[in-house]
Design a protein around this ligand. Structure first.
Ligand code: GLN
Length: 224
């Protein structure tokens, strides 16, 4: 290797939008699958990415930051060139063409969502469901002040329907989940997205890590 040469990315990577929200948890899951994850903060960070994860967080805040840093236009441009996009929770709101009672943001999936559709933060919950396209095993799902997908247009494939709402959808270029797979011990959705992006995740990773704890990616701080 020539040390004076500017460094280029050694292998395909997936980006995680890093303007606000739960970024580290996604990077942690990608690492478990042997995939390099890149925090994306600027339009330049997007170049050459096979896929981008829009994390959970606060969609209004994230959409403002997207505009301020010019990342929204860059995402649309890379999407048109073939970059796949997965939105989790707030990320799903960013991807929706219609947001009930509000203006939409990136608008890349023909669907209508309703924000905070289950109520307040205290109405957050976990559930388990089989998502046949993603895994034959039941998957743990974590909903944190989630939106509901109310309806989808033609060409949008429903991956999971629950009670009165749609929880996961995909199109050839996108994946959207109103829940947070990164806040569970399951890497099934990350594997599914990586394969959708044309990557080869490590085959020998247990689908459900029994040792995973919700603090596995964070630092323990002793409170005095
Ligand atoms: N309630 C948030 C919003 O409307 C989404 C919550 C989440 O991403 N966990 O943006």
């Amino acid at each position: 290797m020539n040390p004076s040469k500017p460094s280029t990315r050694p292998e395909p990577v997936l980006g995680v939008l890093d303007l606000q929200g739960g970024v580290l948890e996604h990077l942690d899951h990608l690492e478990r699958l042997g995939i390099r994850g890149l925090p994306v903060k600027s339009p330049e960070d997007l170049s050459g990415l096979k896929g981008l994860i829009l994390p959970g967080g606060e969609s209004t805040c994230m959409s403002r930051l997207l505009r301020i840093f010019g990342v929204d236009e860059a995402i649309r441009r890379e999407y048109r060139k073939g970059m796949k996009i997965w939105g989790t929770c707030a990320g799903t709101i960013l991807l929706a063409a219609r947001v009930r009672g509000e203006t939409s943001h990136l608008g890349l999936i023909d669907m209508e969502v309703e924000r905070n559709s289950f109520g307040s933060q205290l109405d957050s919950f976990t559930a388990t469901a089989v998502v046949p396209s993603v895994s034959p095993d039941p998957l743990p799902l974590t909903f944190i002040r989630s939106p509901k997908i109310l309806e989808v247009g033609e060409g949008v494939n429903i991956l999971l329907r629950m009670n009165d709402f749609i929880a996961a959808v995909e199109t050839p270029g996108t994946l959207a989940t109103v829940f947070h797979p990164e806040l569970t011990g399951s890497t099934a959705f990350h594997r599914y997205f990586a394969v959708k992006c044309g990557l080869c995740p490590a085959p020998d990773v247990p689908a459900l890590d029994p040792g995973w704890s919700r603090t596995s990616w964070t630092r323990h701080v002793r409170v005095r």
